[in-house]
Design a protein around this ligand. Sequence first.
Ligand code: NAP
Ligand code: G4F
Length: 326
Amino acid sequence: MPTALITGITGQDGAYLAEYLLKHGYDVHGMVRRASMANFERIEHLRDQIELHQADLLDQLSIINLIKDVSPSEVYNLAAQSFVPTSWNQPLLTGEFTALGVTRMLEAIRLVDPGIRFYQASSSEMFGQVREEPQDEDTHFWPRSPYGVAKVYGHWITVNYRESYGIFACSGIMFNHESPLRGKEFVTRKVSDAVARIKLGVQDKLFLGNLDARRDWGFAGDYVRAMHLMLQQKQPDDFVIATGEQHSVRELVAYAFGHVDLDWQEHVEIDDSLLRPAEVNTLRGDASKAKQQLDWTPSVTFRELVQMMVDADLERVAKELREVLL
Ligand code: NAP
Ligand code: G4F
């Protein structure tokens, strides 16, 4: 039975990946950091099938001991400070988690078992102020936030450990991917949650920042499949994972409100404090390499994704309201 270790297993992608690997016969282990109260909501349904271990991206020895204890054949490094606005408020911590954390994972692998296959969660935020449209594996990086800068470091240290030590290390340059498990601070989930609450009469306004930003949004369930495929190849490599389709935040909002017969213009207001010091205005990926070499294509369209998220939030908010009334 192959053994996988997932860092960031309590996050959106960690939950989808754990479920996917279990279905594919893996022994799944997750790294979790200590919190004053457990936050295992996304993996609650998997708790009796996975093993969780305490360690932290900031603590080298805890990672070395973890890799020794679990003895994984594959490591998926999904843990990071992943919210772009926070990276301006906490640039040093973001660098420690999101950049140096990758080196700590790779050093532990190099020391304990260099035969372990390693996946690094890289990001389309690395393209930032884009030089060409669409972006592929050869597009120049120009990150626009401390988060993007940290991810560029994580990407290149992954490439470097592959080239320096022959470690089977892959970097997945993933464009935005969403789901009903997405954190509520990210724009898709912020919108789907607000649409549900407005439709059910418990909220009236939704405050947003830049409606003109354009993103290539896919479904997280499709993207974790690509992570696994990368580690099953003969040679390690880097891949862009994207849908190739782009929509503005304005289109996202209009479609999400329209799905429940609401007029977004009656509810959405702009809050200038949500504008970013430096914005990534446009992202659209070219995943031709992944299609050719991994046989990977996305299965969920933008409209299906937005519907899935709004419907899930409607169901959740309605349930919460029923529980309050009982
Ligand atoms: P997420 O929901 O924010 O999850 C982040 C995970 O990292 C959480 O499990 C968090 O644990 C963990 N973590 C943070 N700091 C840690 C530390 N010091 N030690 C141990 N664990 C720590 O992120 P996601 O959307 O699943 O994304 C997964 C990865 O892909 C991230 O690296 C992200 O930057 C990258 N990425 C995401 C996207 C996307 O669109 N979703 C696109 C490109 C790249 P807690 O639960 O304890 O906070
Ligand atoms: O949903 P977002 O916060 O995602 P962002 O910044 O693109 O980052 C996400 O995707 C990256 C991959 O490209 C990941 F690496 C990263 O970890 C994260 O998962 O914002 C999307 C866009 C931005 O242009 C933002 O300015 O939506 C715009 N936006 C407009 N109003 C808003 C809001 N974003 C948020 N979070 N909240 C708003 O009210």
